[in-house]
Design a protein around this ligand. Structure first.
Ligand code: HEM
Length: 486
């Protein structure tokens, strides 16, 4: 009897919610699939069942419905450059969407990337900034020159011993960021097959954050028994906890580190309270996550096109500063940084977005009357995937062609405005100086010191502009292999 009553109440609540979302919600007049208006699982379906296929779907919907679509019960996606700048570049009244970011960063909720409160984020950014504005990149040079080049030269030097550059760059960039931030490299370049266990266990869990929460709350031995992939994550966490502990217990050890680490800045904050231990570990995860795949993807794409089109490589050999910069800009345009549209919550004082006044959420009177059922969105989220900005033919002629020369044109102002791999505005990437520096160093070393050859098979990717899959950062179904020709 009680069961039936419960079922009846649950079903009627869902029914009322569906009616509300379809006919009375502040966004109900915007076009989009009915299913997307009803549930967030529409997005999950495309990213899980269609394996990162959300961007393909959004592109299809924009072609069908125009520049503004409703892609979730309370979410609008734009394909309009003005809207991009309204949301991100000038978006001081919009904040990161807590629901999304707490799911993305469920394993590291107190890290800078996941802080939604602008004031809290600003304080943390203030602490981290000095680490990334430093010019000292000696440790990068060492990792790149000594380890990376030697690893490729010694182990992958014939057509029978090739290496996937996606894997190699992932190893390199993780080693760089761990050594840069913690003065302790993850040494993946030294492990056989460049295997990369770090964070493997906590990737692609965005739609099921509760699973990660559960896993993190049970004893480690049980986690490892059930999910051996989490070993890398747990080891990393333990390593940082020990490093932090020793720095806190004996501040002298800070002076003994090979070079400044992120903890030098976080443990002795000027004019602020010291972040908690768990917040420090979370920040470590964020920095490694944010600083590895992103740079790795860019290196992977740039190397591919320079090897595929000898004219591009020849031009780089002329050693002109502007040619290198143009090449890196085109690489960043293709690699995009984050592929997932970054969701921002509209505030009450947010000006128009793409020429539209977007309601900031359900009106107060409705909330006070308590007439709405559970889970009604109390806020409106707006977003635009970088791919729509970077592949806009009105700004980038023939956008799907990898063409570094476009950046050598006389007037590149509008293209520069719309080049946003690091996002723009108040939450722009903190590591962009470091990233640029890494890209110069890595490409410089790779092209000047190695004679890399593409090893083409039927599984080799032929273009990075198509079939981009959305796993927060972009991934592609195919990759490519290379070897070093002596
Ligand atoms: C080519 C390389 C890189 C690209 C394209 C890139 C891109 C991005 C993007 C798009 C965001 C915004 C994410 C969001 O709003 O959700 C971001 C944020 C961030 N990135 Fe990067 N990134 C790169 C390299 C790095 C590096 C090397 C670091 C250093 C650890 C780093 C650290 C961060 C941090 C800490 C944030 C969070 C900033 C905040 O939320 O206030 N990134 N990055």
């Amino acid at each position: 009897m009680y069961c039936l009553l419960f079922l009846y109440t649950a079903l009627s609540s869902l029914f009322v919610l569906a009616i509300y979302r379809l006919f009375f919600h502040p966004l109900c007049n915007h076009p989009g699939p009915i299913l997307a208006a009803l549930t967030h699982w529409y997005e999950a379906y495309h990213n899980i069942v269609k394996r990162g296929g959300l961007l393909v779907e959004i592109e299809r919907l924009h072609k069908l419905h125009g520049p503004v679509i409703r892609i979730g019960p309370n979410t609008l996606h734009f394909n309009d450059r003005q809207a991009y700048h309204d949301i991100y570049t000038y978006g001081s009244t919009l904040v990161k969407d807590r629901e999304f970011y707490s799911a993305v960063g469920v394993h590291a909720p107190q890290g800078s990337l996941l802080m939604c409160d602008p004031e809290v984020a600003k304080q943390r950014r203030g602490l981290l900034q000095p680490l990334f504005s430093r010019k000292a990149v000696m440790s990068l040079e060492y990792t790149i020159q000594q380890k990376f080049l030697e690893t490729l030269e010694n182990n992958y030097n014939s057509s029978s011993t090739t290496v996937s550059m996606a894997v190699a760059y992932c190893a390199l960039t993780t080693d760089i960021i761990t050594s840069y931030c913690f003065a302790k490299s993850s040494d993946i370049l030294e492990s056989p097959g460049l295997s990369h266990p770090i964070l493997r266990g906590v990737r692609e869990t965005r739609h099921f954050p509760f699973c990660v929460t559960f896993i993190l709350s049970v004893p480690e031995t049980l986690v490892l028994w059930l999910l051996p992939d989490f070993e890398g994550y747990l080891k990393m966490k333990l390593g940082w906890e020990r490093q932090i502990e020793s720095f806190i217990n004996d501040p002298e050890t800070l002076t003994m580190a090979e070079h400044e680490t992120v903890f030098h800045h976080l443990l002795e904050p000027k004019g602020q309270e010291r972040p908690s231990r768990s917040s420090l570990v979370d920040e470590a995860f964020v920095l490694v996550g944010a600083g590895s795949d992103t740079v790795g993807n860019a290196c992977n794409i740039g190397t591919f096109y320079a090897l595929k089109y000898p004219s591009i490589r020849q031009k780089l050999e002329e050693e002109l500063e502007e040619v290198w910069t143009a090449f890196i800009k085109e690489v960043l345009r293709f690699s995009m940084g984050a592929s997932h549209p970054l969701p921002r919550v509209v505030g009450p004082s947010t000006p128009k977005v793409g020429g539209l006044k977007i309601p900031s959420g359900v009106s107060d009177s409705l909330i006070q009357l308590n007439v709405l059922p559970i889970d009604v969105a109390l806020q409106t989220v707006v977003e635009m995937g970088t791919i729509f900005l970077h592949m806009n033919p009105d700004v980038f002629t023939d956008p799907y062609t990898f063409n570094p020369d476009r950046w050598l044109a006389e007037d590149t102002n509008q293209m520069m405005l719309d080049l946003a791999p690091f996002c723009k505005g108040p939450r722009i990437c903190l590591g962009l100086n470091l990233a640029w520096c890494e890209l110069y160093l890595i490409f410089g070393n790779i092209f000047r010191r190695l004679n890399l050859k593409l090893f083409i098979t039927e599984d080799t990717i032929d273009h990075f502009a198509n079939n981009c899959r959305d796993y927060f950062v972009p991934r592609w179904e195919k990759e490519y292999q290379v070897f070093v020709k002596s």
